[in-house]
Design a protein around this ligand. Structure first.
Ligand code: SF4
Length: 304
């Protein structure tokens, strides 16, 4: 008869949340930049105005190809740093004013704006032409709202929270015809709350939810597939809005604690202690290789 205790080591159960990782807008933007690097006919130097996508590894790859990434508080300020060569505008989009200033300086311009972002630029322009005032739900300080707001200056307000809605002081003219548009990479559920708040104050507001399909499907996947896990690991850059939203969705919707890491080197083994089931996802700007390395590591990890 055996008396005593046995300790078993079992492999970690890894839930590979799907879909995850790169979206088509990011793939296209990177492809545009890589092609520019290879095109010997383009004026040099080649600059990216801001981060082509919010991922350090992708930026390092372009740097090795001879492309200079410039950073700064906003696109207009970044552009002031350069006066010759080629500029690439990022997947987040850019205001017409920044495009105009680059052309005025005689720079060759390449636009890598995601088509889903372009849709919102076109939408707010059309709505303002029809007499609407725009309430744009987005993240302050993020380049995407900067580009959209620049389409219709004076006819748009940026709102991030319900408190921003309460603080709005519109004129009677502006209040008469109101339309709502949103950043593409927001949390579905947060955005819904802010829009409900807008509708409570302005019931006549015409609402357009412009969260892109890639963001939506990745968030819904986390809400459904992370459930029952002990932890969700989200691979992505700290500046990536859609990545940070996946952390939030895991915690708020799936009820599963989540950590965000840029790559495997940031994964701490203490987080895995006592965990049997770990879900993995990645932001739309995370190179697949980085997520694969995290999954491979976890699949070999022996939980106790
Ligand atoms: S997250 Fe959406 S809007 Fe952003 S690049 Fe991808 S598809 Fe385009």
């Amino acid at each position: 008869m055996f008396v005593g205790s046995l300790s078993y080591e079992v492999p970690m159960e890894v839930i590979k949340i799907s879909p995850r990782g790169y979206c088509y807008g990011v793939v296209d933007a990177l492809q545009i930049a890589r092609q520019a690097a290879k095109d010997a006919t383009l004026p040099r130097p080649i600059y990216v105005i801001g981060q082509i996508i919010h991922n350090r590894h992708a930026i390092d790859e372009l740097t090795k190809m001879g492309i200079v990434t410039l950073d700064g508080p906003d696109r207009a300020t970044i552009l002031e740093q350069v006066s010759e060569g080629t500029v690439i505008f990022t997947a987040h989009g850019v205001s017409p004013e920044v495009k105009r200033r680059a052309q005025e300086r005689g720079m060759h311009c390449i636009d890598a704006t995601c088509p889903d972002v372009t849709v919102t630029h076109d939408l707010v322009r059309d709505l303002v032409a029809k007499g609407y005032y725009i309430l744009y739900v987005g993240k302050k300080g993020h380049p995407e709202p900067e580009g959209v707001m620049g389409e219709v200056p004076g006819h748009i307000s940026l709102l991030e929270t319900e408190a921003d809605v309460d603080a709005l002081a519109l004129t009677a003219d502006q209040e008469e015809k109101i339309a709502v548009s949103t950043q593409t990479t927001l949390s579905l559920w947060d955005t819904h709350r802010v829009i409900q708040h807008i509708k409570a104050r302005y019931p006549h507001a015409e609402v357009h939810v412009d969260i892109c399909n890639a963001t939506q499907s990745r968030q819904e996947a986390v809400a459904a597939q992370a459930k029952g896990s002990d932890l969700t690991v989200v691979v992505g850059d700290p500046r990536s809005n859609n990545t940070n939203r996946l952390v939030q969705v895991s915690e708020d919707l799936a009820g599963v604690p989540a950590v965000r890491i840029e790559d495997l080197s940031q994964l701490k083994t203490e987080w895995l202690k006592g965990k049997k089931r770990v879900a993995v996802t990645a932001g739309a700007s995370t190179p697949s290789q980085l997520t694969r390395e995290v999954i491979r590591y976890l699949e070999q990890y022996q939980s106790d």
